[in-house]
Design a protein around this ligand. Structure first.
Ligand SMILES: NC(=O)c1ccc[n+]([C@@H]2O[C@H](COP(=O)([O-])OP(=O)(O)OC[C@H]3O[C@@H](n4cnc5c(N)ncnc54)[C@H](OP(=O)(O)O)[C@@H]3O)[C@@H](O)[C@H]2O)c1
Length: 284
C-alpha cells in the first residue's frame, strides 16, 4: 500500500484524502494544518491520519499533497524542502489550477518528483464532494515520474487523469474560467437586459435558461461553428445596430462588442464580405 500525507486538509485536501483512504490503496499517514480544531475535524472526516502542526514532524511517505491556497504553495514548498523531511524519490504535488509543478522546484532540487494535479471539480462541501467526485477529469502536469505515479492515484480516487504539457496551465485555467465564470457573467448580462425590457422577473430564468441549455448542448455536441445562429451569422447589421442603441452601460456595450467580434470570427466565410465589414465597423 502507498502512503500519503496531506498538508492543508481544507475542502480539496480532506476530500482527496478521504477518497484515497476509502480506495483501500493508500494509507493516510500525516495531516498537517496550522489551526488545531479544523485539523482535528479534518482527521475525523478523512477517517485516518495523525494531526501534525509542524513540517519537521512529518514522517517519510510516498506521496505529499500540498493542498494549501494557491498563494501559499511556493512558500509551503520552500518550508517543506527546508524541513528536510521529504525523501528523495517521493512525489510532491499541489492542486492549483493555474500554478505549474515548477512551484515545487525547491523539493525537486532535493530529489523529489513534482507535479500539479488539478481536478476540474468544485469542492464546496467535502461530504458532497466525496459523493460526487467519480468521473472527474484531473489535469496532471509535471515531471514524468511524478505523473506516472499520480495516474493510478487519480484512478483510485475515481477520477480520470489526463496530461497537460509544461507551460499549459495558464491557458488551461483560463479555459475553465471562461467556461464557468464567464458563463455566469453572461447570464447576469442577459438577465439585466430582460429587466430593461420589462420581462416579469419570474420569467427571466425560464426564458433565458431554456435557450441557454439548448445552445450549450448544441455548442458542445455539434461544435461552436455549427451551433452558431443569430443576427451576426445572418449578417443582419440593422439588428446589431439596434441592440447597441439600447446598451447604455459602457461596460456592457464593450462586452457586447468584444463578444460580437468573436462571433464574427466564428461565422467566418459564411458571412458576406460587405456584411462583415459593416459589422466590424459597429463592433469596434
Ligand atoms: N476548492 C475547490 O473547489 C478547488 C478545486 C480545484 C483545485 N483547488 C485547489 O486546491 C487547493 C486548496 O484549495 P481549497 O479550496 O481546498 O482551500 P481551503 O479549503 O481554504 O483549505 C486550505 C487548507 O490549507 C491550510 N493552510 C493554509 N495555509 C497554510 C500554510 N501556510 N501551511 C499549512 N497549511 C496551510 C488550511 O488550514 P490552516 O489555515 O489551519 O493552516 C486549510 O486546511 C488550492 O490550490 C486550490 O486552487 C480547489
Amino acid at each position: 500500500m502507498q502512503t500519503l500525507t496531506v498538508i492543508g486538509p481544507g475542502r480539496l485536501g480532506s476530500t482527496l484524502a478521504r477518497l484515497a483512504r476509502q480506495s483501500g490503496e493508500f494509507e493516510v499517514v500525516d495531516v498537517m494544518a496550522r489551526r488545531v480544531e479544523p485539523l482535528r475535524l479534518a482527521c475525523d472526516f478523512i477517517g485516518a491520519g495523525r494531526p501534525v502542526s509542524e513540517m519537521r514532524q512529518l514522517a517519510p511517505v510516498d506521496l505529499y499533497l500540498l493542498a494549501v491556497p494557491d498563494a501559499a504553495v511556493a512558500f509551503c514548498a520552500r518550508a517543506l524542502a527546508a524541513a528536510g523531511v521529504v525523501p528523495a524519490g517521493s512525489v510532491v504535488f499541489h492542486a492549483s489550477g493555474v500554478g505549474e509543478a515548477s512551484l515545487l522546484q525547491p523539493l525537486a532540487e532535493r530529489g523529489a518528483h513534482v507535479a500539479s494535479l488539478h481536478p476540474a471539480f468544485s469542492f464546496a462541501d467535502p461530504a458532497r464532494a466525496v459523493a460526487g467526485f467519480a468521473g472527474t477529469l484531473c489535469a496532471l502536469e509535471g515531471d514524468e515520474a511524478a505523473c506516472l505515479r499520480l495516474e493510478p492515484f487519480v484512478l483510485a480516487l475515481g477520477g480520470r487523469p489526463f496530461r497537460l504539457a509544461a507551460g499549459g496551465k495558464a491557458a488551461y485555467h483560463a479555459a475553465l474560467s471562461v467556461a464557468s465564470n464567464y458563463l455566469v457573467a453572461l447570464t447576469a448580462m442577459a438577465q439585466g437586459l430582460t429587466r430593461q425590457a420589462g420581462v416579469p422577473a419570474e420569467l427571466a430564468a425560464p426564458l433565458l435558461g431554456g435557450l441557454m441549455r439548448q445552445t450549450l448542448d448544441n455548442a458542445l455536441e455539434l461544435g461552436p461553428r455549427a451551433a452558431l445562429t443569430g443576427p451576426i451569422l445572418r449578417g443582419d447589421v440593422g439588428t446589431v445596430e439596434r441592440h447597441l442603441s439600447v446598451l447604455a452601460d459602457v461596460e456592457l456595450a464593450s462586452a457586447y462588442r468584444a463578444l460580437g467580434r468573436q462571433t464574427v470570427a466564428l461565422a467566418g466565410e459564411r458571412l458576406p464580405d460587405e456584411a462583415r465589414r459593416q459589422l466590424m465597423a459597429l463592433l469596434y
